[in-house]
Design a protein around this ligand. Structure first.
Ligand code: ZN
Ligand code: ZN
Length: 243
């Protein structure tokens, strides 16, 4: 099964919709399209648990009933705003707590397949968006989640990681960690100094890739991990001169 990269990287997105729903207060003038819509009562959304919920109500929360983290965030924001003005920046009109774009709204939802269930209430940021599901949405037979379900993504990423490890372990020293083929002295190459993150057993300064389009995806993911490990003070050796 082909699993798209963003799924493997952890950002879940339902397979059956590309429609994003905005809370009406966030985008009052939004033009509805196949990709964006306003969330209103009866809209079906995919919640963070990958389940489908029907929106029953969206209401403002009185400012004195904001959950603490929102109130604290507002305080920090308001103080920052004043600081900017004091520093001489043109900040436009002074924001008001009651109409702040990141204020909490009360969103009430109920499981989409249980019309008699008691609604649950959440404080959600007015600026936040959700994936909107069609009336005839599908769910996984086993877990009732919106596909790809947690089970499938976990399986896919484990499988992906195993395949990748097997592929890497088969690469011989001096070969490209991207495609596994030899890097000869006549070829342009990108070499990373320091420990070899993908094949530590090969020793320091052994990470090498072809400097060609086909292997550039591997170079950038290696470079990313390498920077995360704090090795980016070492400069990778990029191809120079003629090959
Ligand atoms: Zn499932
Ligand atoms: Zn290569």
């Amino acid at each position: 099964m082909h699993i798209p990269m963003h799924v493997l990287l952890g950002e879940w997105r339902p397979q059956q919709t590309r429609k994003t729903g905005y809370l009406p207060t966030a985008r009052p003038h939004l033009k509805e399209t196949d990709y964006s819509t306003l969330i209103k009562p009866d809209t079906i959304i995919a919640w963070v648990d990958r389940k489908a919920y029907r929106v029953t109500e969206i209401t403002e929360r009185p400012v004195d009933l904001w959950p603490e983290r929102f109130a604290n965030e507002w305080k920090r924001y308001a103080a920052w705003w004043v600081e900017q003005v004091m520093a001489g920046r043109n900040m436009g009109e002074q924001p008001e707590k009651a109409s702040w774009e990141h204020r909490p709204l009360a969103l009430s939802i109920q499981p989409a397949d249980q019309p008699n269930a008691k609604a649950r209430h959440f404080a959600v940021r007015a600026s936040r968006s959700f994936y909107v599901l069609p009336e005839h949405y599908s769910v996984c037979r086993l877990c009732n989640e919106i596909p790809p379900c947690t089970h499938v993504t976990t399986e896919a990423s484990v499988e992906h990681a195993m395949e990748n490890t097997e592929r890497l372990m088969a690469i011989r020293p001096g070969c490209c960690l991207g495609c596994g083929e030899p890097v000869t002295s006549r070829m342009k190459a990108v070499r990373f100094p320091g420990p070899n993150l993908w094949r530590p057993d090969m020793g320091d300064d052994s990470a090498v890739f072809h400097a060609r389009q086909d292997c550039s995806g591997s170079v950038s993911s290696y470079r990313q991990q390498w920077a995360q490990k704090g090795h980016d003070q070492l400069q990778p050796e990029l191809p120079g001169g003629d090959a």
